[in-house]
Design a protein around this ligand. Structure first.
Ligand code: TXA
Ligand code: MG
Length: 308
């Protein structure tokens, strides 16, 4: 049978029931979270998880984030110390991922953690992902629903363009709110900046930016999030043959936020990169974005997008 283009169903009970049936049969489904759209499978099912890696074309040594209903479900999978519990209680449900020691009896497929003895867990705040977790009763492994090294998807259409026939069903619940992937914290180290900012984390726990040099982390690969075109940072005006993505006073062909709102800019970032990538000019330029709040996450993703 020839592969079909993905079904795109608006979020409702019937769509979730259909998605749950696919997950329970060992398949994969694209579903929105508050950060980006995820490509979900049952984290206990090694074959299903292998299906995620295959659809994304992701190197299998890169571990996935697992999404659960609540702190109790997370504690059945990983061991929490006091710091982790403080962060979970403060920021879950929400765009924070905690890297924690994996429990031996967690029942998670080893492909999820790429054989590490830690696991990345989060409790998402989005109604569609929450509904899918509830309907399946499963912990759902879900990386961003884009082909490996592509731009992360913040709309159902981005998923359809990036993965095409490799995903059977996309739950469409509009543009995602936060727009950049979750903040990842291990211990008191921020492995990936995100919507839960350093300032927000610092209000409850002394945290410091770190690196994932010790982990095979795709989000940390320099070329992750790359558009197909060259991208120039800190541009004040467009040069010939550049599509300029503006911010604040720098007006471009498009803008992340005309009035310089960083949260709005984060929500629009990947959509703007998708638009830039399909625009006529052969190169992309992006205006400077301030390095505070969620601007840290925006600049992190932009630097990776510019690296080639
Ligand atoms: O917002 C998000 O986090 C989205 C939505 C779908 O939830 N997911 C997402 O997943 O961005 P992904 O697979 O694209 O990025 C997961 C990141 C990678 O950088 C991965 O290496 C890191 O989490 N990671 C996963 N498990 C880890 C572990 N045990 N230790 C350190 N980093 C880990
Ligand atoms: Mg990703």
């Amino acid at each position: 049978m020839a592969a079909q283009p993905p079904l795109i169903y608006p979020f409702d009970d019937a769509a979730i029931a259909e998605a749950a049936a696919i997950i329970e049969a060992g398949g994969i489904v694209a579903v929105p979270t508050e950060t980006v759209y995820g490509l979900a499978a049952d984290a206990r099912d090694a074959r299903a998880v292998a299906g995620i890696y295959a659809a994304k074309g992701r190197p299998s040594f890169n571990p996935l984030i697992v999404h659960v209903a609540d702190l109790a479900a997370a504690e059945a999978i990983a061991t929490f110390d006091d710091d982790a519990r403080v962060l979970a209680e403060q920021f879950w449900p929400g765009p924070l991922t905690l890297v924690l020691p994996l429990r031996a009896d967690a029942g998670i497929a080893s492909l999820v953690t790429a054989g590490l003895d830690t696991i990345a867990l989060r409790v998402p705040a989005h109604r569609a992902m929450q509904a899918l977790i509830a309907a399946t009763g499963a912990a759902l492994a879900a990386p961003s629903a884009n082909a490996s090294n592509g731009i992360s998807p913040t709309r159902a259409e981005h998923v359809a363009v990036s993965l095409g026939v490799r995903v059977p069903l996309i739950i469409d619940d509009g543009a995602t709110k936060a727009g950049v992937e979750s903040t990842i914290v291990a211990g008191r180290t921020i492995l990936r900046p995100g919507p839960v900012t350093t300032e927000m984390l610092g209000a409850v726990l002394p945290v410091a930016p770190g690196t994932t040099a010790h982990v095979s982390a795709p989000g940390q690969l320099a070329t992750h999030y790359a558009p197909s075109k060259p991208l120039r940072l800190n541009a004040i005006r467009a040069e010939a043959d550049e599509w300029l993505i503006g911010f604040g006073a720098v007006a471009g062909d498009d803008t992340l936020s005309a009035h310089g709102d960083l949260v709005e800019a984060a929500a629009r970032l990947f959509d703007a990169l998708h638009r830039a990538d399909t625009s006529p000019p052969e190169r992309i330029a992006v205006a400077p974005v301030p390095e505070h709040g969620v601007g840290v996450a925006i600049n992190d993703r932009l630097r990776r997008a510019a690296h080639r």
